[in-house]
Design a protein around this ligand. Sequence first.
Ligand SMILES: C[S@@+](CC[C@H](N)C(=O)[O-])C[C@H]1O[C@@H](n2cnc3c(N)ncnc32)[C@H](O)[C@@H]1O
Ligand code: SF4
Length: 469
Amino acid sequence: MIDFSITNDEYMNDLMELVRLFEGASDENLSLGVDYRADGEAFRVNVSSDKYSEFQKNFYFPFGKYDELMRKRVEKRYLKIAIYRTLCFLTGVNLPYGCLTGIRPTKLYVEVQNDREFYGKSARDVFLKDYGVSEEKVELIERIVDVQRPLRNKSEKEYDVFVFIPFCPTKCAYCSFVSLSLDKRRKLVEPYVDCLIRELEQTKSIIKRKKLKVRAVYVGGGTPTSIGREQLDRVLSHCHFKAKEFTVEAGRPDTVDREMIDMLLSHGVTRMSVNPQTFNAKTLERIGRKHSVGDIINAYALAKGKLDVNMDLIAMLPDETFEDFKYSLDTAVALSPENITVHTLYLKKGSALKLDGYDNTDCETAGRMVDYAYKRLTEAGYVPYYMYRQKYTSGNLENVGYAKPDKECLYNVDIMEEDTSIIASGANGISKKLDRKKQLITRCANYKEPLEYVKSIDLMLERQREFWS
Ligand SMILES: C[S@@+](CC[C@H](N)C(=O)[O-])C[C@H]1O[C@@H](n2cnc3c(N)ncnc32)[C@H](O)[C@@H]1O
Ligand code: SF4
């Protein structure tokens, strides 16, 4: 437990996030007090702690003349560095991502690369020396940034379309996403699809009016295929945007049969996911997936050669050892899908595992698992092509998407690097408008809860219309 206080709490939320990372990684009980001030040329931070009597650490950072926005950015950055260094010293723990708390390390890396004048050194040095990111993680970030370079969207006129379907056969024990279990909410499917179709019709007219091209369509969830072939067929009939890439998340393999695959193909779908999460039967049961290992193999066999397939795996699932994870990863590699995405378990409030009190803080095993995934997958010819981090993750680690060469998913790159406007529909859909010149992103979010979304569809349509006008 780390008790934390700061004289001015303007940056409290962000700094608490950093302190919390140490709480997961160390058993220390200590309290930390931070005082800071800026004068003309310097930013001074004083950190004190009760761990050693009269412990004090003073930091001095050169400080320029900034406008208000920039001043805050710089202050927050220096505070994080000072607190991180102090906590490393007091706990003896170094975190793989140093003082970084954001979800997009690769996006940040490119920003630092593009602003060398402001940072005064290379992005590599900023990440290693200022932020305390480990050598291995900097290499991973650099590799992904390189792979992404030719894939990045260069046109202001190319948008993505995202469609959200928030239904699943059952709720998985680790999941905190917006998803309704079909056991209880089947009656909502049809009205939900009706609303989605109204939004997609509006999306079509926005695209026409603005003379846009669609780069990628992504139908995600939830488990879009769980609503059944007929309803999904209705949705996909309104997703014909001549996109370069068209993904439908099938996710739960027990929702896939031959007819489903044929229907996806008839709409020009190019990519789908069949997500094992694990190839261990006992774990599948423990996490409430309600499907078998055989279902995964069958669904994959139906899709193989017809569609590009992604498989999601999770490291640190409950009661799994390193060997269990290794077995799942090796099995996925042997099946050889176009993409394999390796997540590290994170436990947020809405998940049953969190309520059960499951402890996911074994940093060492988590680290071994993701290191093994990187080594095994890259040796098998996959390249890491996008990454993101979540809060409350085992070992403060990351999620990485791996692809066979030229099989990277553009939508995943776009959503993480935030360089493409996205027109989103459905509950929890967040449209993003990018102003490249101003480097500004504005958002328009639909209501999160599916029932609220259905009840308020006229308002949702009006808000999106105005947003894109
Ligand atoms: C938005 S979910 C949708 C995928 C699909 N419904 C499924 O479960 O197969 C995308 C992926 O995020 C990962 N994920 C979800 N919750 C997670 C958690 N608590 N920790 C780690 N990964 C998680 C899973 O691998 C999941 O397949
Ligand atoms: S992990 Fe996927 S299938 Fe499971 S509840 Fe979450 S969204 Fe649904």
